[in-house]
Design a protein around this ligand. Sequence first.
Ligand code: MLC
Ligand code: AMP
Length: 508
Amino acid sequence: MSNYLFDAIQANSPGEAPFIRTDDGRIWTYNDALAFSGRLASAMEMLGIRPGDRVAVQAEKSAEALMLYLACIRSGAVYLPLNTAYTLTELGYFIGDAEPRLVVVSSAARENVEKIAKAHWAIIETLEANGSGSLLNLARDEPSDFVDASRSPDDLAAILYTSGTTGRSKGAMLTHANLLSNAMTLRDYWRVTAEDRLVHALPLFHTHGLFVATNVTLLAGASMFLLPRFDADEVISLMPQATMLMGVPTFYVRLLQSPRLDRQWVANMRLFISGSAPLLAETHVEFENRTGHAILERYGMTETNMNTSNPYDGDRIAGTVGFPLPGVTVRVTDPATGAALSGEETGMIEIKGPNVFKGYWRVPEKTAAEFTDDGFFISGDLGKIDRRGYVHIVGRSKDLVISGGYNIYPKEVEGEIDQLEGVAESAVIGVPHPDFGEGVTAIVVRKPESALDEKTILCALKHRLARYKQPKRIIFTEDLPRNTMGKVQKNVLRQQYADLYLDRNRAS
Ligand code: MLC
Ligand code: AMP
């Protein structure tokens, strides 16, 4: 029997070499990870989890949470990680849509989530930030020599939800082959070896922290410092012992605020990687001036894993996301006609390759709409390819805000605001923010006579939307600018409020 992804992980395992060092100094060797994930997989089998079953996990970051991901791969289950910031309302939707067989949450959340889980015939177990919990109690006495479920390249390994520009979130179905091919490519492209030590400060519920950081480390037999969250001081303290960092642009903005960051301090570091949101050229330049390292920027998506990367050797050009990765085809087309563009023309970025997902969970019509007839995925990102072959992302055709590397779909936030009494209509936009890249901002038109204020709206959104989706500011206006078709002109609003956070920052 073979398990496509886990067999490769196992084949690259350096046995007694360290895999993880947690912030409290515990060391997990590769063999420890193998035994622990084996026990967890045995416990899941005992609970009746079968290949193809979804396992939804909303857990704080810990080595044990990572073991649960490995256990799912080994047992053939489909791993479904959920942002710890999601509210109960949001969680209810994901559980209803994915119909997991097992739901794993913290014990604090258990009581509330249990009702939802039971309504969908799911079992509920707990996992705490410190690695304890009911699931681990079950696993403790289970055998570690689990027989991995047979999984072929096309079988699902994970479902990651991404919000949609219209309607609700969609689950991106990622196969064993998607994850393995991308991790192997990145390992080789970035020259990651068993000598590398990664500072892992990203969350474990997104492509960046889960697949890019973790799978690449595993397939290189490398090791990582697993931090519960990003803390600039903590990350800087680890640099003399580490060789790599992967982060969103906010990480680099915050690192630069520390006077401790200089060439000498980072002398042991080999590679700094940025992605998930645009890295400002000024951040790239300032970082290189301060440390001597040109940040390597790459471009990816939940649906496609990583698509392009600046080179390891050769110029890492600020403001570009580099070349298509080996095996990945990137083209630029006319968004209106779909015709391929040549030269340096700007258009829709389309992607094809073994990295591209299988489709959206149970919405074949949405999947069909996002692919061209010749099998390219339509990214929703606008860009161009320059004469040297570097891909530039210049904008988005999708109405999306990226704040600190998290995606926020304005439609979802507008939907919540528009339901409030006293609101006539709203438009949610992203405008430049010095820390998060873009700041979620709501422009609201009140109904006549309504005295609704910013605080009341923010309070009402608290239990409806994850914190990072909640607007940083609410601005009231008399009416929204519209074009002749009656469509709200968000570009006009974005221009109008472009200095909103920058001015405030300067003032403070
Ligand atoms: C936290 N907050 C955010 C936020 N993160 N608000 C907007 N955007 C964010 N990204 C909220 C907090 O809840 C808090 O609310 C307030 O803002 C200030 O929080 P903080 O303490 O400054 O934030 P912190 O906890 O330090 O988190 C910031 C961060 C984190 C940048 C470290 O957001 C993060 O780890 N982002 C990484 C996201 C990621 O992994 N993306 C990859 C997606 S995969 P309050 O109530 O205290 O005011 C993908 C594909 C690809 O995109 O290509 O990789
Ligand atoms: P997600 O849906 O969270 O996977 O976010 C994917 C989106 O993040 C992409 O479609 C891009 O819009 C954006 N993105 C990822 N990496 C980069 C990058 N290096 N530069 C600009 N945008 C990026």
